[in-house]
Design a protein around this ligand. Structure first.
Ligand code: F6P
Length: 554
């Protein structure tokens, strides 16, 4: 490990600015957002940003100029700029795993110079991109299955970072997909996932992408072997190379599976699983939308990377989103945040961001190895509007939790049903207005009077119909959901997560928290087959195993 090249270890709570922000938080109860808008006609300009085809309006947050100044000072005093520079410089900032964190290199242009230990990695990055492109070209033209038929279905087998990003993007870019070939995703070790997928497929026309950084993940390897056995019901061992390709950092394991090394797409240990959709892990995306749109998405990511690297803090979109998250989590007692894209094609965005954010920042030990004394890693959740309005929005409007919301909307649809889009836009604007404005008891009573309700009924109902308002939201508007703008949106959140982890003084790029369950599952699996009564666990686990065995019919 190179001294001075790792991230600084600053406990943010030791800084005076942390305490000052605590005091600012107490003052915020004074003036409502509606009053702040009334008193400050420039508020929306002060608290909104534009970069290319992205507009972020964060003026409906419980902030004022003093709060933002304090948050920028927090970023400065924790030396955020130093952290950003170290990431882009390829330093070993994933200290616990001894790795650099350079997903930004995956979308940098060929001419860029990005180094790890003095080696410019851009040649390797673009060699794999070119290999992916030529594979997709061959798949479109020339590649034949073992019986001479064209490939009609591609199944990506992967889990976590080797699944969620591609699933989200393939859905998001559905309007850009080429007709003719279908891309499927299998991730769950639950056999129904692969069984239901294979039921509709034909061995002669199906190709599998086995996507796994480590090529050891139990879910992925189990599904891959099931797919292999299914394929061998019709094909021969020698045909495997025509129907299986792989994406991994573990090329030896890929070859032992029987996959032709020419069809193995490499990536590197400096790409974290949940930050890997712009690597070869995105092969299924490229298959779905073609290399042109895939590269456009990379360009969008690169544009946001450069903005993040170079824009001053006060105009830096990922930094501002991150600071708002810290403001709510650490000073306003909010423990969760909602991501609400008003776009059916972004229906998997929240699921994707859950891994990106919660696997990165769900940590209780700081970079000095000490337990943190403050909240880290907010609980991220959400869903597509308007469907979510008809499920959990009740709690957003009248519940007892403070939940800052990110609304996402494209100004233009990717379809021709413009009347639908007008209604969608009206709804997203109405929701954040409603969250902020609320509805007072006086207005409720007036409305009920106008509706002709008798006074006693009005008294009985009024309090239930009050909205206290002053509930914060941020609007992220893009001109259209293009591959470029989607790329910007993804990188926006990636960097938001980085900034939060950095300021929280935790390591965002390891995930030891997922290991214990895996270890225990390994121990339990053989016990399922044993005839003896389970007795190696606690009372509950032993009893559940016993119950399961008594009911098991297979
Ligand atoms: O859930 C843990 C994890 O290691 C994730 O970080 C990762 O994205 C996923 O498993 C899949 O890992 P792999 O790509 O190595 O199969």
């Amino acid at each position: 490990m190179v001294i001075g090249k790792t991230l600084k270890k600053i406990d943010p709570t030791t800084l005076q600015i942390w305490k000052d922000l605590g005091q600012e938080a107490e003052k915020q109860t004074g003036q409502s957002l509606v009053e702040q808008f009334a008193n400050d006609p420039d508020r929306v300009n002060r608290f909104s940003l534009d970069f290319k085809e992205m507009h972020i309006d964060y003026s409906k947050n419980r902030i004022d100029a003093a709060v933002m100044e304090g948050l920028f000072q927090l970023a400065a005093e924790t030396k955020l700029q130093d952290g950003i520079s170290k990431m882009f410089a390829g330093h070993e900032i994933n200290e616990t795993e001894g790795r650099a964190v350079l997903h930004v290199a995956l979308r940098a242009p060929r001419s860029a110079n990005m180094n790890i230990e003095g080696h410019n990695i851009m040649h390797d990055v673009h060699a794999v991109l070119d290999q992916m492109e030529s594979f997709v070209d061959r798949l479109n033209d020339g590649w034949k299955g073992f019986s001479g038929k064209k490939i009609t279905d591609v199944v990506n087998i992967g889990i976590g970072g080797s699944d969620l990003g591609p699933v989200m993007v393939v859905e998001a870019l559905r309007p850009y997909q080429e007709e003719g070939r279908k891309v499927h995703f299998v991730s769950n070790i639950d056999g129904s996932h692969i069984a239901q997928t294979l039921k509709e497929l034909d061995q002669e026309t199906t190709l599998f992408i086995i996507a796994s950084k480590t090529f050891t993940t139990i879910e992925t390897m189990t599904n891959a072997h099931t797919a292999r056995s299914w394929f061998l019901e019709k094909g021969e061992e020698a045909d495997i190379r025509k129907h299986f390709v792989a994406v991994s950092t573990n090329i030896d394991a890929v070859e032992s599976f029987g996959i032709d090394s020419n069809n193995a797409f490499e990536f590197w240990d400096w790409v974290g699983g949940r930050y890997s959709l712009s690597s070869a892990i995105g092969l299924s995306i490229m298959v779905a939308v073609g290399s042109h749109y895939f590269r456009e998405m990379l360009d969008g990511m690169n544009a946001m990377d450069e903005h993040f690297r170079s824009a001053e803090m006060e105009n830096n979109m990922p930094v501002i989103l991150a600071l708002l998250g810290i403001w709510y989590a650490n000073f306003m007692d909010a423990s969760s945040e909602a991501v609400l894209p008003y776009d059916q094609n972004l229906q998997y965005l929240a699921t994707y961001l859950q891994q990106a954010s919660m696997e990165s920042n769900g940590k209780m030990i700081d970079r000095a190895g000490k337990p943190v004394t403050y909240q880290t890693g907010s609980i991220l959740w959400g869903g597509a509007g308007t469907n979510s309005q008809h499920s959990f929005f009740q709690l957003l409007h009248q519940g007892t939790h403070l939940i800052p919301c990110d609304f996402i909307i494209a100004a233009n649809p990717t379809h021709t049903l413009t009347h639908h889009h007008d209604l969608l836009v009206a709804n997203v604007l109405a929701q954040c207005e409603a969250l902020m404005r609320g509805k007072s008891e006086a207005v409720v009573k007036q409305e009920l009077e106008l509706a002709g309700l008798p006074p006693e009924k009005i008294e009985q109902l009024a309090s239930f119909k009050v909205f206290d308002g002053n509930r914060p939201s941020t609007m992220i508007m893009i001109k259209k959901l293009t591959p470029f703008n989607l790329g910007m949106l993804i990188a926006l959140y990636e960097h938001k997560i980085f900034v939060q982890g950095y300021i929280w003084n935790i390591f965002s790029f390891d995930q030891f928290g997922v290991e214990l369950g895996k270890q225990l599952a390994k121990a339990i699996e053989p016990e399922i087959k044993e005839a003896s009564k389970p007795d190696r666990h606690d009372g509950s686990t032993n009893s559940l195993l016993t119950k399961f065995k008594s009911w098991k019919e297979y």
